[in-house]
Design a protein around this ligand. Structure first.
Ligand SMILES: Cc1cc2nc3c(=O)[nH]c(=O)nc-3n(C[C@H](O)[C@H](O)[C@H](O)COP(=O)(O)OP(=O)(O)OC[C@H]3O[C@@H](n4cnc5c(N)ncnc54)[C@H](O)[C@@H]3O)c2cc1C
Length: 464
């Protein structure tokens, strides 16, 4: 069979980042600021990944509630703080310490108030401005399709866009696709899903509704101590009027008053690395949101006059490939607070990974048998080694697809730590010129650079 695939152009860079989500953004920005000619390849038409294209505008993991002072203290730093502080200053995000915790529409729980609630327009325009002013070339509507290797070195990647098949060469590359697409093309071994059956945690399609009476909703949640409206859902179920597998309602106000993000529908059995599975899940997710909205209007406090503002054209994948890295973070390491001499990021978040078949049940949290209760240390360190894939010399991975046990994904996959890993990856790329492999980057020098850039926060990461 004859085909038409020819490479139309070869563009050359020092560093190419695949994926412009939280990890890819921070990775490209830090590398470009350290003088690397840098490009980002992004299949969508904006930066931000799940935070924009996927509709989740709450950046968790950058602040943590101090129970004694009731202050949301900073536990990350660097680009995360610079980015979110600039959004807060311009009214595109809410400063957590201004949220009234006794009447909190931003997800009700204190841990949700610790997130930085951002406006999606603010996220995508600010990320773009920051990358462009650092000199990064952004390739939108460009999908990574292939890789050209010389033994264990990537020579170039092939992306597809309106120009046809374009080759991008670089000294080194970052995989920030969330799904580990580049690592997978390089034949890096990976794990996906549960050991016993490969099933992954449910996926979600996000809906935003406006004209909500947020006061009525939060009053009800407060009076019934019921953030997820479970008793209403139980009643509807017993009456046969709840057609879903999930049994909780998750909502949070956006920056704009009375506009709520609904992160409720959950599809099981989705494979985030399969087109067919993603397409089916997106179709089902849209339909479920329409059905859910009708129920919300009729039965949930505050939604009688609400309208659907948008249902995102994106299937929110919480879990797919986890690469085999030089050192995968083990669940036992995470529970015991293992410390690494090459730690470059940290997370203080929960073991939040709902059961693949029971979408409302989170086996990682809650009762005494589950990891959250066994946790001996609040800080989980992320070592540099977990970003370094086996088999390839000039590839680094940051974000959701790093090397870790599946249970550890819960705390590491949120956006704060993803940005912190991204900044570390971009900084490592700047050190790559002195070595031939990411494996031999001097991690003392790397950590010193991250310390100087305030990425290493002394509250969560040790630094002598
Ligand atoms: C439903 C849901 C709810 C969540 N809730 C929260 C929350 O409230 N707060 C929080 O902090 N985190 C939350 N998370 C987790 C968090 O959003 C993600 O884990 C995080 O965004 C991962 O960052 P990343 O940069 O690794 O990947 P992503 O955000 O997924 O970004 C990857 C980027 O790569 C691009 N890409 C992928 N493949 C290719 C390719 N082949 N070619 C070109 N481009 C490609 C994508 O378009 C995307 O822009 C949630 C996740 C989901 C799915």
């Amino acid at each position: 069979m004859k085909h038409n695939i020819t490479i139309t152009r070869n563009d050359q860079y020092d560093f190419v980042v695949c994926g412009g989500g939280p990890a890819g953004f921070a990775s490209a920005l830090s590398a470009a600021r350290q003088g690397l000619k840098t490009a980002v390849v992004e299949q969508m038409g904006c930066l931000g990944g799940v935070s924009t294209s996927g509709g989740i505008h709450v950046f968790l993991g950058g602040r943590k509630l101090n129970e004694a002072t009731r202050e949301h203290v900073r536990v990350i730093g660097g680009i995360f703080d610079e980015f979110t502080d600039s959004l807060i200053a311009d009214g595109y995000a809410v400063e957590p310490n201004t949220i009234d915790m006794s009447f909190n529409p931003f997800g009700w729980y204190p841990r949700m108030a610790s997130g930085i609630h951002c406006d999606p327009i603010g996220i995508k325009t600010r990320m773009e401005d920051m990358l462009l002013s650092a000199g990064v070339r952004i390739y939108y509507f460009s999908t990574l399709t292939d890789v050209i290797m010389d033994q264990s070195t990537i020579e170039s990647i092939i992306v597809h866009n309106k120009d046809g098949f374009v080759s991008l060469s670089a000294r080194c590359f970052a995989d920030c696709t969330g799904d580990g697409d580049l690592a997978s093309l390089c034949n890096v071994p990976f794990e996906k899903g549960r050991k016993e059956d490969g099933l992954t945690t449910p996926a979600s399609v996000i809906m935003v509704v406006d004209n909500v009476d947020g006061h009525d909703l939060v009053t009800y949640q407060n009076e019934h101590q019921s953030p997820k409206l479970v008793e209403i859902i139980e009643r509807l179920k017993s009456e046969g009027s709840w057609p879903f597998l999930f049994e909780i309602f998750v909502s949070m106000q956006l920056v704009e008053k009375d506009v709520f993000l609904i992160n409720t529908v959950r599809q099981i059995g989705v494979d985030g690395t399969s087109e067919m599975s993603r397409s089916k899940a997106l179709t089902e997710g849209r339909r479920q949101n329409i059905k859910l909205f009708a129920i919300m209007k009729q039965h949930f406090p505050g939604f009688a006059n609400a309208r659907i503002r948008t249902i995102y054209d994106w299937i929110g994948i919480r879990e797919s490939r986890r690469i085999s890295s030089v050192h995968n973070i083990k669940l036992s390491d995470a529970l015991n607070g293992a410390s690494y001499d090459d730690c470059i990021a940290a997370t203080t978040y929960n073991f939040d990974l709902p059961d693949p078949l029971k979408p409302s049940y989170d086996p990682m949290m809650g009762d005494a048998k589950r990891p959250n209760a066994k946790r001996k240390h609040i800080v989980i360190q992320i070592p540099y080694r977990s970003l370094i894939p086996q088999k390839v010399d000039n590839l680094i991975v940051a974000g959701r697809c790093i090397g870790c046990d599946r249970e550890v994904l819960g705390p590491v996959r949120i956006m704060g730590p993803c940005m912190q890993m991204g900044q570390a990856a971009g900084t490592a790329a700047a050190l790559f010129s002195t070595t031939k492999s990411f494996k031999t980057v001097d991690t003392d020098v790397l950590r010193k650079r991250l310390w100087d850039a305030h990425v290493i926060n002394p509250l969560t990461l040790p630094f002598d």
